[in-house]
Design a protein around this ligand. Structure first.
Ligand code: HEC
Ligand code: HEC
Length: 220
């Protein structure tokens, strides 16, 4: 066997681009972060970078639980997570078609009423007071509520109620979700998922919404 210098045998290495780093995410979140047909695999594209970053930190640190993601992100440094968050925030793949609701008009109307006006008797704040009047979200870390599927929304609200999803204190969504009944969750999920998402997200500027509780900033 002829002598070969060591470098000639070294395997070809893919360059460490962001596209290469996020290949591991594509099977569940789509090549452009657009989501996949699995209703529990969320879209990432176009969400506020600070919000995505907070989620990556929460998965890494075990505050938000989904074992495949907890495992993938373990040991990744903050700076690396921030770059991935910025990458997905910058993408704009098209949205899938809006779901046709499978619930009654009365349930949809109940959902609309909660998201726009809350329920003063039961102390439920309007979702719009933090997520914006057109539910587009607010900089830096409050996500929009459109373009999400009903099963995903219900699962997240359930996660806050049962403690598998938590955010850094004050965890407003934990407080809000604990005020909702199963029927409320079904109604808001059905209403929100039936609204078309804008092709290009526009976030309310930081501090511009009334927010009944202070939350939704970047932790560091
Ligand atoms: C095996 C499938 C799978 C893989 C691989 C995966 N994810 Fe996820 N991801 C999920 C699921 C499911 C959720 C929602 C979990 C939950 O219910 O809280 C999620 C949630 C997220 C969220 C929060 C989204 C939101 O709107 O709150 C972010 C951000 C995210 N993933 C980023 C990534 C990145 C970056 C990678 C690659 C490094 C990745 N994921 C790989 C399945 C996956
Ligand atoms: C006091 C402010 C506040 C109010 C009121 C509020 N939210 Fe939120 N919401 C937040 C913040 C902050 C986050 C981001 C939490 C995190 O980082 O995990 C969030 C995140 C969410 C998410 C996660 C989206 C995703 O992509 O995973 C859903 C779903 C949601 N809110 C639904 C609602 C609904 C429905 C209501 C009304 C019943 C509501 N929110 C009211 C502050 C609020």
């Amino acid at each position: 066997m002829p002598f070969l210098p060591a470098h000639a045998q070294a395997p070809e290495r893919a360059p460490d681009t962001m596209a290469a780093r996020v290949l591991a995410c594509a099977s569940c979140h789509g090549a452009q972060g657009e989501g996949t047909s699995d209703v529990y695999f969320p879209r990432l594209a176009g969400k506020p970078a600070g919000y995505l970053y907070n989620q990556l930190v929460a998965f890494r640190d075990g505050r938000r639980k989904y074992p495949p993601m907890n495992y993938l992100l373990e040991f990744l440094p903050d700076e690396y997570l921030k770059k991935m968050a910025e990458y997905f925030a910058s993408l704009r793949p098209p949205f899938p078609e809006t779901a046709i609701p499978t619930v009654s008009d009365a349930i949809l109307a109940r959902g609309e009423s909660i998201v726009k006006h809350g329920d003063t008797q039961r102390g439920i704040p309007p979702c719009a007071s933090c997520h914006g009047p057109s539910f587009g979200g607010m900089e830096p870390a409050i996500p929009g509520l459109l373009g999400l599927r009903a099963s995903y929304i219900s699962a997240q609200l359930g996660g806050w109620r049962y403690g598998t999803r938590t955010a850094a204190a004050p965890d407003c969504m934990q407080i809000v979700a604990s005020l909702l009944t199963e029927d409320d969750v079904k109604a808001v999920a059905a209403y929100l998922s039936s609204r078309p998402a804008p092709a290009d997200p526009s976030f309310a500027p930081q501090g511009s919404l009334p927010m009944p509780l202070a939350c939704g900033s970047e932790p560091r």
